[in-house]
Design a protein around this ligand. Structure first.
Ligand code: BTN
Length: 219
């Protein structure tokens, strides 16, 4: 199909409250963040979008993308690769290379609830030679990192369970209850970074707050 996010949004608008997962073998128009294309070769990777109407106020929905990043790192651990890290807000890395990305889009369902489409792409069985040379230091896959191929059904099962568990915890306790887990896996923790936008800020990363915003010490 063109994009699982697009298909999931249509289902949401038709009144499907979820949680439901739409997956595809291939996307002809996979979408990344900031208008980028998400390359989606057939049969090798995971492409999926959850439709979800979380039981939290709309104003508290923002960290759902960080919740999804935690779930992706859990799912990777669930299939035996224990060292996944998160780069704020929602890139998942293995060995310093990005292996997964998340694109969350807010929508309202037919009955007026606030629902989200959480789209997740994970590079599973790509090998080094499948990446263009200029990307090989930045992008990777589970199979390349782990030295063995990944059973895609096992991964879908692991991800679905992890996602539902983390969303349940988010609904119960808000992102405050997940912050410690997030910060423990956060590669930018303690690093000096520059954040663009407006005048831009440079500072040391202290962590994230209860709304999932990055906390910087700028002095
Ligand atoms: C990013 O740019 O890091 C986010 C990439 C998100 C890609 C996934 S693949 C499944 C879903 N469908 C899409 O069109 N995009 C998301």
């Amino acid at each position: 199909i063109d994009s699982t996010n697009r298909r999931a949004a249509v289902l949401g608008r038709e009144g499907l409250a979820g949680p439901v997962l739409v997956t595809a073998e291939h996307q002809s128009a996979g979408r990344g963040r900031q208008g980028r294309v998400w390359e989606s070769p057939a049969h090798r990777n995971f492409y999926g979008s959850f439709v979800l109407c979380p039981k939290v106020a709309q104003a508290e929905l923002a960290p759902i993308t960080l919740v999804a990043a935690l779930a992706v790192s859990d799912a990777i651990a669930g299939i035996g690769l224990s060292d996944a890290a998160i780069k704020w807000p929602n890139d998942v890395l293995l060995g310093g290379r990005k292996v997964a990305g998340i694109l969350t889009e807010l929508d309202s369902s037919a009955n007026g609830e606030f629902c989200v489409v959480v789209g997740i792409g994970v590079n599973l069985n790509l090998q080094e030679a499948d990446f263009p040379p200029e990307l090989r230091s930045k992008a990777g896959s589970l199979a390349w990192h782990g030295g063995r191929s990944v059973d895609r059904s096992d991964f879908v099962e692991s991800l679905t369970q992890a996602f539902l568990d983390r969303v349940h915890a988010f609904e119960q306790r808000g992102f405050a209850g997940l912050r410690a887990d997030y910060e423990q896996r956060h590669v930018l923790q303690g690093e000096v970074v520059r954040v663009d936008g407006g005048e831009g800020y440079t500072g040391r990363v202290l962590g994230v707050d209860d709304a999932g915003a990055l906390l910087l010490a700028t002095a």
